[in-house]
Design a protein around this ligand. Structure first.
Ligand SMILES: C[S@@+](CC[C@H](N)C(=O)[O-])C[C@H]1O[C@@H](n2cnc3c(N)ncnc32)[C@H](O)[C@@H]1O
Length: 178
């Protein structure tokens, strides 16, 4: 369930980090931080009072993150348990959910469940981002994911980062419809 050929580039991380508040005391959660290549860009932008959690399924990735990204609150768990993980960490709502889990490899039910958890976790003005490989966009699961984003959020914008192999299609979503 890694779903990645190579770690994502700094250009991808810089694009994703734009949704993260740079002032105040925001709470940001990453779903599937993997090697932490997005985490660095997010961390660089977050203010000192922020909380930055990462929920990661892979035990090896969890160990890697704990060793190399000590500022990240790493949870060894499943993105599908987002709401209960946040409750365990005494967090009510989050300002941004940043996901790099392999959405196009997930079936309809899993996509729907994790998106529902993300929508419930966000503040009304919170941001959700997802990234998918551009070449995979024509697959059935990728099309279904796009439809689900429009069912879950009032605003769904896209952006392509070409400086990555393969190129990345970003989704930027706001105003959860829950
Ligand atoms: C594409 S990789 C991470 C990409 C990351 N930006 C990088 O460059 O390393 C996807 C990650 O999501 C994790 N993952 C997959 N399904 C997950 C789930 N349901 N909950 C949490 N993490 C998950 C995988 O273990 C993997 O580390």
């Amino acid at each position: 369930m890694v779903g990645a050929a190579t770690p994502t580039s700094a250009a991808v991380a810089a694009t994703v980090a734009q949704v993260v508040p740079s002032t105040g005391s925001p709470v940001v959660v990453e779903l599937g931080p993997g090697t932490g290549s997005l985490s660095d860009g997010i961390h660089a932008r977050l203010p000192a009072d922020a909380r930055h959690l990462g929920i990661e399924l892979g035990a090896d990735m969890v160990a890697h993150l704990r060793e190399h990204r000590p500022w990240l609150e790493v949870v060894h768990g499943d993105a599908g348990d987002l709401v209960s993980v946040l409750a365990e960490h005494r967090i009510d709502k989050v300002d941004a959910v940043i996901s790099s889990i392999p959405w196009s490899l997930l079936d309809d039910d899993a996509q729907g469940h994790i998106l529902d958890q993300a929508a419930k976790a966000l503040t009304p003005n919170g941001a959700f981002t997802a990234l998918t490989y551009l070449p995979a966009e024509r697959t059935r699961n990728a099309r279904r994911f796009r439809e689900r984003l429009h069912e879950t959020f009032d605003e769904v914008l896209t952006h392509t980062t070409w400086r990555n192999f393969p190129p990345i299609l970003h989704y930027f979503c706001r105003r959860p419809l829950v």
